[in-house]
Design a protein around this ligand. Structure first.
Ligand code: SF4
Length: 346
């Protein structure tokens, strides 16, 4: 019988999963993965920063926060033609979903029509669309939905009890409120977090417990590994044991069996063997390449080669009456390359 979808995981249960012998944990996670997903299909997304840098928030991991000296130059919202150019390249490289991130605390009312026009144009290319714009105001989610947005990314970042160590400019509850607005508008949610920020294993369990106990499991769960960026407060964070990262993927897989777990930021720093373990443990989605995205991008070529070596294939997208769906039960989506709720990779 398929594993039950639960929303009442206790911390002790999640900690106990993390503590399983590694092989036992992977066996269990992979069994859950096979019950609900094609184990050889990987949903492929591409991420574009449509508004880079200059963010007023203080997320300790993020090079786009204007208060940190990281060398990221603030830019305005991209023009629609530039976004379409990138979206066409992403599709040609094999992406089925195009994720657009803006480094805002949240969009202003005047920003929404501009983003909505971009979303509509990208959707018109036959790509699934995802946006990550930060905290939403009244009506924003519905306007984006009406424009053709499929997913909204908004990560809860870390465990509730560790949140105040990482971010001081917003509350955990702010994130939950935006997620509720997104669900209420009928958008799919992409929601995950970051590991390797100095949290304990119990706090990693707390992040995954919080995700699994949301009123609805996010259709997409990006699990990011911190990429320490010089100039940010986490520049010298202790690297996480790669097997601990694999455990986090496996536990997410078990807790949210129907969601698509994304192997997200930090993937490019992993060797191929660790990535293969993550796919076995239940990861079913990636961002293609490291940066966007031109033909011949060596990161994209490396990803294609890894797919060939592991006999993986990209998840197809099919169109039904103007709506684009990934071909597996419930799809996945994007996020800032770091896994915040808003913006783009370093
Ligand atoms: S993670 Fe997002 S909200 Fe936080 S500083 Fe970076 S761009 Fe801003």
């Amino acid at each position: 019988m398929p594993a039950a979808v639960r929303h009442d995981w206790t911390r002790d249960e999640v900690v106990a999963l993390f503590a399983l012998p590694f092989n036992d944990l992977l066996f269990r996670a992979h069994a859950v993965h096979r019950e609900h997903h094609d184990p050889n299909a990987v949903q492929v997304s591409t991420l574009l920063s449509i508004k880079t840098g200059g963010c007023p928030e203080d997320c300790a991991y993020c090079p786009q926060a204007q208060r940190y000296d990281t060398g990221v130059q603030a830019q305005k919202l991209l023009e629609i033609d530039e976004v379409l150019h990138r979206a066409r390249a992403a599709k040609a490289a094999g992406a089925s979903r195009f994720c657009m991130g803006a480094a805002w605390r949240g969009p202003k009312d005047r920003d929404i029509p501009k983003v909505a026009a971009i979303v509509s144009a990208v959707k018109g290319l036959g790509l699934e669309t995802c946006a990550t714009l930060g905290l939403l105001g009244d009506g924003h989610a519905q306007q984006l939905k009406d424009a053709g947005l499929d997913y909204y990314n908004h990560n809860i970042d870390t465990a509730p009890e560790f949140y105040g160590e990482i971010i001081h400019t917003r509350e955990y509850q702010d994130r939950l409120t935006t997620l509720e607005q997104v669900r209420d508008a009928g958008l799919k949610t992409c929601c995950g977090g970051i590991v390797g920020m100095g949290e304990t294993r119990e706090q990693r369990a707390g992040l995954l417990q919080a995700l699994a106990n949301l009123p609805e499991h996010p259709q997409s769960v990006p699990i990011n590994q911190l990429v320490p960026v010089p100039g940010t407060p986490l520049a010298n964070a202790e690297p996480l044991d790669p097997f601990e990262f694999v455990r986090a993927i496996a536990v997410a897989r078990i807790l949210m069996p129907r969601s698509i777990v994304r192997l997200s930021a930090g993937r490019q720093q992993m060797d191929d063997a660790v990535q293969a373990l993550c796919f076995f443990a239940g990861a079913g989605s990636i961002f293609l390449g490291d940066k966007l995205l031109t033909t011949g991008n060596p990161d994209v070529e490396a990803d294609h080669a890894l797919f060939r070596r592991l006999d993986l294939h990209p998840m197809d997208v099919v169109e039904h009456a103007g709506t684009v769906h990934a071909d597996i039960a419930e799809g996945a989506a994007a996020g800032c390359g770091q896994g915040c709720g808003c913006s783009v990779a370093a």
